[in-house]
Design a protein around this ligand. Structure first.
Ligand SMILES: Nc1ncnc2c1ncn2[C@@H]1O[C@H](COP(=O)(O)OP(=O)(O)O)[C@@H](O)[C@H]1O
Ligand SMILES: O=P(O)(O)OC[C@H]1O[C@](O)(COP(=O)(O)O)[C@@H](O)[C@@H]1O
Ligand SMILES: [Mg+2]
Length: 322
């Protein structure tokens, strides 16, 4: 006997590579356990518009390797109102859907928390390139996004070294420096600017000049968008040390392309886990992986906890990039 007979799945907010793999896992796991499964189009907007269709095994064929999301995504203003949330919950109930799996980032989690408080059995899956959700080591899409940034920096290094230039690379992360931190450490960037740690352009310029004086032939400055605009940082540093700085804004390239195997496996594990928890009667949880183990944490706690910034990795990146 399963605690839910019929569930729905949606993707919301900024898309991320691996969302499709998560949708596939939810659909196939639900059907495996004899639970009906519905797909909601365009995130919470689809809940409001009643844009909900039943899915079968073939609805999720040939998608594990695709970026983006076959369910489409949206940022829905209407859903941030209590009326929008009530309507979304009613539309689910009217179809006899008694469980919902939300795949999205910190904003989507706020919405999932509201639905859970309205009595919908809701589970959240962390789907965002930003890695800004607490109580999971990684979010779905982060590994792919970091790989894309590292690959871009490898290419930039070649030409920067040849010209003895510095390169400012702006990456995503409106409120969170995880992409900059991981990509910076993995690519040997000399400077990593994140919203969590204050910076001083004069100090950065001085360190850069010292490095050039000691034989460095390039300098990579990685800036999370939440820490400043690449153009502004480049201008300020150049004013202090006169070293030619070129700016690259990676933008939405970071959110596209085929997910890495790490993201596909994370998405598959989390999607299946969320379904099993709903079947066992659990709800109001965020699914995550901590030290390799699947965990379910109260979504209310997750949305009210800021993910701690990893200063150990940050300091390591600085020490190793001298
Ligand atoms: N406080 C909130 N209450 C209810 N719904 C919210 C809230 N914050 C965000 N949402 C919903 O989640 C959607 C996605 O959030 P957003 O921050 O854009 O993306 P992400 O989930 O990737 O962080 C929003 O468009 C909105 O519909
Ligand atoms: O151009 P868009 O779609 O607003 O997305 C840009 C944003 O996407 C993100 O990667 C994720 O943002 P959300 O949490 O709002 O989905 C942010 O770091 C970045 O600012
Ligand atoms: Mg977000």
């Amino acid at each position: 006997m399963t605690a839910v007979k019929s569930i729905a799945v949606l993707t919301s907010g900024g898309d991320s590579q691996g969302m499709n793999a998560a949708v596939r896992a939810v659909v196939r796991s639900a059907l495996y356990h004899g639970v009906k499964v519905f797909g909601v189009q365009r995130g919470y907007q689809g809940l409001i518009n009643n844009d909900i269709t039943e899915m079968d095994l073939r609805s999720v064929g040939d998608i594990i390797q695709r970026g983006g999301t076959i369910l489409q995504t949206a940022r829905s203003k209407e859903f941030t109102t209590p009326e929008g949330q009530q309507l979304g919950a009613e539309n689910l109930r009217n179809r006899g859907i008694d469980g919902l799996i939300v795949i999205g980032g910190d904003g989507s989690y706020q919405g999932a928390n509201k639905l859970s408080k309205l009595g919908i059995k809701t589970m959240g899956l962390p789907g965002t390139i930003d890695n800004d959700i607490a109580f999971t080591d990684f979010t779905i899409g982060f590994d792919t996004a970091v790989s894309i940034v590292v690959d871009a920096i490898n290419k930039l290094r070649d030409t920067m070294t040849s010209h003895e230039r510095s390169s400012v690379v702006e990456v995503m992360g409106r409120h969170c420096g995880e992409i900059a931190l991981y990509a910076g450490l993995a690519s040997g960037a000399e400077t990593i600017l994140v919203p969590e740690v204050p910076h001083d352009c004069q100090e950065i310029a001085k360190r850069m000049s010292d490095n050039f004086a000691h034989g460095k032939r390039h300098s990579i400055i990685l800036v999370a968008e939440g820490a400043g605009k690449g153009d502004d940082i480049a201008r300020q540093i150049m004013e202090h040390n006169g070293i030619d700085a070129r700016v690259t804004v990676l933008g939405h390239i970071q959110r596209g392309g085929t997910p890495t195997h790490t993201d596909r496996i994370l998405a598959s594990r989390l999607g299946d886990f969320a379904v099993r928890r709903l079947i066992e009667g659990d709800s109001g949880k965020s699914c995550g992986v901590i030290k390799g183990e699947l965990v379910a944490t109260d979504i209310d706690l997750v949305v009210n906890t800021k993910r701690p910034f990893n200063m150990e990795l940050y300091n390591l990146a600085l020490r190793l990039s001298q």
